[in-house]
Design a protein around this ligand. Structure first.
Ligand code: ZN
Length: 259
């Protein structure tokens, strides 16, 4: 094992410290997303959320009035995907920017003729490589209700996806024991099938936005993996199995346990 100063310091940061207990207990007992976590998992989630609040900086944007419970909800939901991956997955960026609702960032791009265009897209979340995570509070506040939609988990999936550099493309770094070819085959088959369903006007349990790109398919299936694992395992069982290997979790077991 490699001794890491950062890990040692992080253990010291959490040792003997607690999140505000009333707010933490309210989340653990009230947020459907956390149902079925055992004692030991809750305790690790607690410590990861402490680290998140310690190391990340929350910034209010627009007319946002930030209160500690908001940061706590973001921290807890952001740490669920990395429960068995470790906090170092979120190294390299600091800011979480919260808007009260949808926001409209401006992006510039240059076309083949060298003309620069400005695009304004309405967003509820955004993640920059080695940059901030931006969230709409009104959407965060509705998350965790097991409806398959979770903007925090969505943006965190993009963050994990970008760990191997470049844009979020649906191909995050694989762990030992995972096979890159298997991941690619499963995700491209499933993405193709999903796009076909959306193009054909079929009703889909997954948010149709997943058809936007392979990166969005990974982020949207990650939301479903944690929020509605029974739906993802039914509609895209092979994707569910790959995500279980990637996140090193089996939310379906928690779902059954928590019912
Ligand atoms: Zn996205």
């Amino acid at each position: 094992m490699v001794w890491s100063f950062k890990e040692w310091r992080r253990r010291r940061v959490t040792a003997g410290r607690e999140l505000p207990q009333e707010a933490w207990q309210a989340l653990v007992s009230g947020l459907p997303l956390l149902r079925g976590l055992d004692e030991e998992e809750r305790s690790r989630l607690h410590d990861l959320a402490l680290l998140f609040l310690d190391e990340k900086q929350f910034v209010a944007a627009g007319e946002m009035e930030l209160v500690p419970e908001m940061a706590l909800l973001v921290a807890v939901e952001a740490c669920l995907p990395i429960l068995n991956l470790g906090f170092s997955c979120y190294d390299g960026w600091v800011s979480v920017i919260l808007y009260p609702g949808e926001f409209v960032p401006e992006h510039e791009y240059m076309d083949e003729a060298g003309v620069v265009h400005t695009v304004r897209d309405i967003r509820i979340g955004e993640s920059w490589e080695r940059g901030p995570m931006v969230l709409s509070w009104s959407d965060v506040s509705l998350s965790g209700e097991e409806d398959g939609v979770n903007v925090v988990i969505h943006e965190c999936a993009h963050k994990l996806d970008m760990l191997n550099g470049g844009e979020a493309n649906g191909f995050p770094p694989m762990h030992d024991g995972m096979k890159a070819e298997e991941w690619s085959r499963v995700f491209s088959d499933s993405y193709g099938r999903f796009c076909h369903q959306v193009d054909g006007g079929e009703q889909t349990a997954l948010d149709p936005y997943a058809a936007d790109s392979p990166g969005e398919f990974f982020a949207v299936t990650s939301e479903a993996f944690f929020e509605t694992p029974q739906v993802l395992a039914r509609d895209f069982p092979a994707v569910y199995r790959q995500l279980a290997k990637f996140y090193r979790q089996d939310p379906l077991v928690r779902f059954e346990r928590g019912r």
